[in-house]
Design a protein around this ligand. Structure first.
Ligand code: IDP
Ligand code: MG
Length: 131
């Protein structure tokens, strides 16, 4: 069993999609181990996205991720990291596969409703960032 992290981003919390996303996760057989709602400060959001230092979209991303509450969710499943990335879909909702969460509810390449850890190593770091 692997662990991974999903974040419900501010656009999805604002649109009352928390329950919908939890339901998608449970339908896909993820175990929800821990869950926390919080409002990231710009400083903390910037630390979370430190890997994107230097990217043109970073300032805008930090502003968006600290614009309202998010929900951090610790998930467990066999092959959890890769399976969650598949369920979440491509970064740009317009390019995400049919049936993925981002294709279904994402607004645009920035406001794409959810974050998912991209490797086992990243997952470990991101889980300890929140839990
Ligand atoms: P990922 O979330 O699919 O792993 P990353 O490339 O790691 O995508 O980017 C992190 C987040 O930054 C994305 O989920 C999205 O919110 C935002 N982002 C990525 N690329 C762009 C862009 O080109 N314009 C605006 N925001 C972007
Ligand atoms: Mg990423």
């Amino acid at each position: 069993m692997q662990k991974t992290l999903l974040i419900i981003k501010p656009d999805a919390v604002e649109r009352k999609l928390i329950g919908h996303i939890l339901s998608r996760l449970e339908q896909a057989k993820f175990n929800i181990l821990e869950m926390k709602m919080l409002h990231l400060s710009p400083e903390r959001a910037r630390r979370f996205y430190a890997v994107h230092q230097g990217k043109l979209f970073l300032d805008s991303l930090v502003e968006y991720m600290s614009s309202g509450p998010v929900v951090a969710i610790l998930l467990q499943k066999s092959n959890a990291v890769a399976d969650l990335r598949i369920l979440v879909g491509a970064t740009d909702p317009a390019k995400a596969a049919v049936g993925t969460i981002r294709q279904e509810i994402g607004l645009d390449v920035q406001q794409n409703s959810v974050h998912a850890s991209d490797s086992l190593e990243t997952a470990t770091g991101e889980i300890s960032f929140f839990f």
